[in-house]
Design a protein around this ligand. Structure first.
Ligand code: T5A
Length: 215
């Protein structure tokens, strides 16, 4: 492989991104690939500080514009400190959320102007676009129910989990719209299926993309 592969995972809350990425990373490592698992917001020490501000339930007076710029600031650091160096050495980067989360949540969800989001995102990423984006699609009510069950077992509950269900519905519709607009990059997978089936579909999509790159 000449250059690495940048694969992002998107979807509503509780779609299973973290669970799927863990399984996919293990499978790819067993096949001998250099795999980097990372996430947004976060992925770097600076990004993790910003994540804490963004997701603290107490920060409920945060304006959508502030939120947008904080997600973008974390992303600017993440791309340059973590993602590009990994891609340059030929790794497969599995990233839990990326710029499409900003379009889905701050754009379709919160109603900020998409034109501005594209401009700010382009600046933050330096133009880096994923080679493949997996949309784990799920009804937000089902995803949030999973999140609540996980929270009862000790998983964190964040500020955005607290948002009204209508926002999460708009986010889902936004994702489906983005995926339909760029079918060459997006693969939509039914995330309400049993986890083994979801992982198998994701691995098939990644293998197809790796073969395409090696052809
Ligand atoms: N955000 C992020 C923005 O608004 N703009 C941005 O630009 C960015 C980057 C991040 C928040 O920030 C927002 C989006 C988010 O609201 P987060 O905590 O990282 O916050 O939230 P998520 O990325 O949504 O992570 P979640 O933990 O909520 O969801 P996951 O990772 O999709 O789900 P996962 O794997 O943790 O699974 C949840 C539960 O479901 C079970 C798991 O075991 C777990 O208990 N599960 C399944 N159960 C049955 N069947 C399956 N197929 C299952 N898959 C998983």
């Amino acid at each position: 492989m000449k250059r690495g592969l940048f694969i992002t995972f998107e979807g509503p809350e509780g779609a299973g991104k973290t669970t799927v990425i863990r399984a996919v990373a293990e499978h790819l490592r067993q096949q001998g690939y250099d795999v980097v698992r990372t996430r947004e917001p976060g992925g770097t020490p600076i990004g993790d500080h910003i994540r804490a501000i963004l997701l603290a339930p107490d920060n409920d007076t945060m304006h959508p514009e502030t939120e947008l710029l904080l997600f973008s600031a974390a992303r600017a650091q993440h791309v340059r400190e973590r993602i590009l160096p990994a891609l340059d050495r030929g790794a497969i980067v599995l990233c839990d959320r990326f710029a499409d989360s900003t379009l889905a949540y701050q754009g379709y969800g919160r109603g900020l102007a998409l034109d501005a989001l594209y401009t700010i995102t382009e600046f933050a990423t330096g133009g880096l676009t994923p080679d493949l984006t997996i949309l784990l699609d799920i009804d937000p009510a089902e995803g949030l129910a999973r999140r609540r069950a996980a929270h009862a077992q000790g998983a964190e509950w964040n500020r955005i989990d607290n948002d009204e269900i209508a926002l999460h519905q708009r986010v889902r519709e936004g994702y489906l719209h983005l995926a339909a607009a760029h079918p060459e990059r997006w693969v939509v997978i039914d995330a309400s299926a049993p986890i083994e089936d979801v992982v198998a579909h994701v691995l098939a999509a990644i293998e197809a993309r790796v073969q395409q790159q090696n052809a």
